[in-house]
Design a protein around this ligand. Structure first.
Ligand SMILES: CC(=O)CC(=O)SCCNC(=O)CCNC(=O)[C@H](O)C(C)(C)COP(=O)(O)OP(=O)(O)OC[C@H]1O[C@@H](n2cnc3c(N)ncnc32)[C@H](O)[C@@H]1OP(=O)(O)O
Ligand SMILES: NC(=O)C1=CN([C@@H]2O[C@H](COP(=O)(O)OP(=O)(O)OC[C@H]3O[C@@H](n4cnc5c(N)ncnc54)[C@H](OP(=O)(O)O)[C@@H]3O)[C@@H](O)[C@H]2O)C=CC1
Length: 285
């Protein structure tokens, strides 16, 4: 089998980034979300990113048109029938993902691989919601997708060898570097990154320093490109909280307890950059 057509399910910041990179590397893309306005928002984000590349003379206007022409909108999950692989990038919630995978299992063609971009959730449990657990795999891109080189690839207990090979080859074809990791909460990336972000939030919560000063320390002292609180806002505080909860319940260890301030911000709807407010304010809301 050769992967030619990709459905990206969830047209938020990760889904639109994945769709953009797939289209730029020759794949036909079906960009799917619950409502047309969400798909349209994803398409606009992709068009904006491609326009920036045109301005920087990295691609021609004709390239941009060709890439955008490869992306088809979808609000009907049955369009998965046309895909060789579905890459799911809906919200970080196990029930939503299991439900989506059960539906995709019913609707997609027999050969279709079902991949999830989950940040932390168990691939084996998501796979168990389908009758094709050998074709379910984790394909974890980093944000922003067009820039970051890593893709973590995570096999579930039953993932078939040829499915692993095809997904790895696809990641390479997207000019990414795949790294295989085992199916444990948070994989490698978020098991290490997210406790650091959570600790940075505790540092603010306990009044040790302001968000600006915490970020300055990590940028100037540790050469991080972004401070941990700016990064939390960039990832989305809802996603950060979900990941901490997965680590906490998955390992049963209180060292992963989410900071109450993180919970409070999420309850307030302060989800970071995407809602215009988190540890910082943004004028894109
Ligand atoms: C939660 C999870 O499950 C896993 C995760 O993804 S965790 C998050 C992982 N990501 C990170 O840690 C990102 C950390 N931050 C960074 O690496 C950098 O700050 C950054 C790449 C985001 C921006 O870089 P910067 O030097 O501060 O800003 P800037 O000069 O504007 O951008 C650098 C390049 O990235 C591009 N870029 C920045 N943001 C972008 C975006 N959202 N989409 C596409 N391209 C983007 C810029 O166009 C620019 O490209 P060129 O150099 O080719 O011109
Ligand atoms: N943010 C990050 O830095 C990273 C996130 N991830 C993972 O990627 C996934 C998506 O994250 P992100 O893009 O940031 O989140 P966003 O909130 O930006 O986007 C999620 C999108 O999925 C849509 N959605 C929700 N439920 C469904 C469904 N049942 N079917 C189809 N679409 C649905 C949402 O619609 P609505 O607006 O209605 O909710 C929204 O458009 C998560 O699993 C996250 O953990 C992985 C790597 C990095």
């Amino acid at each position: 089998m050769k992967i030619k057509t990709v459905m990206v399910a969830g047209a938020g910041q990760m889904g639109s980034g994945i769709a953009q990179v797939c289209a730029m590397h020759g794949y036909a893309v079906i960009l799917h979300d619950l409502k047309e306005e969400f798909v349209e928002r994803g398409r606009q984000a992709i068009a904006g990113q491609l326009q920036k590349l045109v301005k920087k003379r990295r691609i021609a206007v004709t390239d941009m048109e060709q890439y955008l022409g490869r992306i088809h909108s979808s609000v009907q999950l049955k369009n998965a029938q046309k895909a060789d692989i579905v890459i799911e990038a809906a919200v970080e919630n196990i029930e939503i993902k299991k439900n989506l995978f059960a539906q995709l299992d019913e609707l997609a063609a027999e050969h279709t691989i079902l991949a999830t971009n989950t940040s932390s959730l168990p691939i084996t449990e998501i796979a168990a919601a389908t009758k094709r657990s050998e074709k379910v795999i984790g394909m974890h891109f980093m944000n922003p997708v067009p820039v970051m080189k890593l893709v973590e690839i995570i096999r579930g207990l039953a993932t078939a060898e040829d499915v692993y090979r095809l997904v790895r080859e696809m990641a390479v074809s997207l000019e990414k570097t795949p790294v295989e990791v085992n199916d444990f909460p948070g994989f490698v990336s978020n098991r290490i990154l997210m406790p650091m972000i959570n600790e940075a939030i505790y540092t603010v919560y306990e009044g040790v320093a302001s968000p600006e000063d915490v970020d300055q320390v990590m940028k100037l002292g540790m050469n991080h490109p972004m401070g941990p609180l700016a990064l939390a806002d960039f990832i989305g505080l809802d996603t950060c909280l979900s990941i901490m909860e997965t680590l906490h319940s998955g390992f049963g260890d209180d060292k992963y307890r989410p900071c109450p301030l993180l919970r409070k911000y999420v309850k307030a709807g302060w989800l970071g950059k995407k809602t215009g407010r988190g540890f910082y304010t943004y004028d894109n809301a």
